[in-house]
Design a protein around this ligand. Structure first.
Ligand SMILES: Cc1ncc(COP(=O)(O)O)c(C=O)c1O
Length: 381
């Protein structure tokens, strides 16, 4: 098996699974319980929060454990929208945000919020000037992702952060889900107020995530009840999930230090070889892109068909579209970048981890060329 779909999800590290098992079994207490078993669980949760805060270079009381990226994005955006609506109801996002941002904003629009959706340039990047132009008196939030999940294009977060420093009342949310452990992001330096992270994208477990909320940001809780997570997210804490998330975060930061060279070599090889294949268009921009995502299109060959042709050879890639199987699957990001439907409906995303090798990349290119040849012959006949 060659797994090149790490932006969809990653295989959990053994150490992460071990820590989840150990905590679930040996420290199963409820952190809110007054007795010693509860206290042990609470201690582990506190330690996990401290470790995460240290790794992200933020304060411990700015870390909230969630169930992942979707919840983090919903909580960040709705939490700000509902808490700050008396000041204004205008929110700015980009046209290439993940569905958990886009659809959250669609829901808010139904509730009377005004949403500005910024275009991207041909490299799939938001222009800082377009953020500036969209700002109004009523703007309460700007939400722009860090690394695009389809093309890998890195967004100008630091520049948007600097711009927003001149607008002290506007909060800045960043969906950091695809960048963690692959592309650095200095939360404090970039002036970020809220930042979403999901554990299963860096070899942690599904259903676990982190939301950074800058100290002092007023939020409206979406879950009420037992007042856990400083009243922002009620519900008995997933201690094993938090501990294993801290472990995965520490491990991916270490891998980044040691294995980045290999990852860059593999992705550079893929991009160079793809560009040589007639009929293939590489959508991932040449500069300012994450090292683990390579996106291309083969106009005339539907993405699903190519995904299945590669799967027959034990190669796992994705169409980039997470939309329902009943919907026509076209890449909204590639369409937003190029305006071309033929590219958007034939998009393939290869997404790597530090485990992938150059040999695997060579096999993938060889099998891709063979699959395209077969498909073209079938289409001709
Ligand atoms: C950029 C981005 N944001 C958010 C999410 C949602 O994360 P989760 O699967 O943890 O809900 C994803 C998942 O694909 C993503 O790529």
């Amino acid at each position: 098996m060659i797994y090149f779909d790490n932006s969809a999800t990653t295989m959990p590290y053994d150490e992460v699974l071990d820590s989840f098992m150990k905590v679930s079994k040996d420290y199963f207490g409820n952190p809110s319980s007054l007795h010693g078993i509860g206290a042990m669980a609470e201690k582990l949760l506190t330690q996990a929060r401290q470790q995460v805060a240290q790794l992200l270079e933020v304060y411990e009381n700015e870390i909230y454990f969630t169930s992942g990226g979707t919840e983090g994005n919903n909580l960040a955006i709705k939490g700000v929208a509902f808490a700050h609506q008396n000041r204004g109801k205008h929110i700015i996002i980009s046209s290439i945000e993940h569905a958990s941002v886009k659809q959250t904003c669609e829901q808010l629009a139904e509730l009377g919020f005004e949403i500005t959706i910024l275009p991207v340039n041909k490299d799939g990047r938001v222009e800082v000037s377009s953020v500036e132009e969209a700002i109004k008196e009523e703007t309460i939030l700007v939400s722009v992702m860090h690394v695009n999940n389809e093309t890998g294009a890195i967004q100008p977060i630091e520049e948007i952060g600097s711009l927003l420093k001149n607008h002290s009342k506007i909060l800045f949310h960043v969906d950091f889900v695809q960048g963690v452990g692959k592309v650095d992001l200095n939360i404090k330096k970039c002036g970020i107020d809220l930042c979403t992270i999901s554990a299963h994208k860096f070899h942690g477990l599904k259903g676990n995530g982190i939301l950074f909320i800058r100290e002092g940001v007023k939020m409206f809780p979406l879950f009420t009840g037992g007042s856990q997570e400083r009243k922002l997210r009620s519900g008995t804490e997933n201690v094993a999930g938090a501990v294993s998330t801290a472990k995965a975060l520490r491990m991916i930061f270490q891998k980044k230090k040691h294995d980045m060279k290999n990852l860059l070599e593999v992705s550079r090889f893929l991009k160079e070889e793809l560009m040589k294949i007639p009929g293939v268009v590489v959508n991932t921009p040449e500069e300012n892109c994450a090292p683990h995502i390579v996106n291309f299109s083969v106009p005339g060959v539907k993405s699903e068909v190519l995904v299945h042709a590669l799967e027959e050879k034990g190669i796992y890639v994705s169409t980039t579209s997470a939309c329902s199987s009943k919907k026509k699957s076209i890449s909204s990001t590639v369409f937003a970048m190029t305006g071309r439907e033929d590219l958007a409906e034939s998009t393939i995303r290869m997404s790597l981890s530090y485990q992938n090798t150059l040999e695997e990349a060579q096999t993938v290119i060889k099998e891709l060329i063979a699959a395209l040849k077969r498909l073209k012959e079938v289409m001709k006949s």
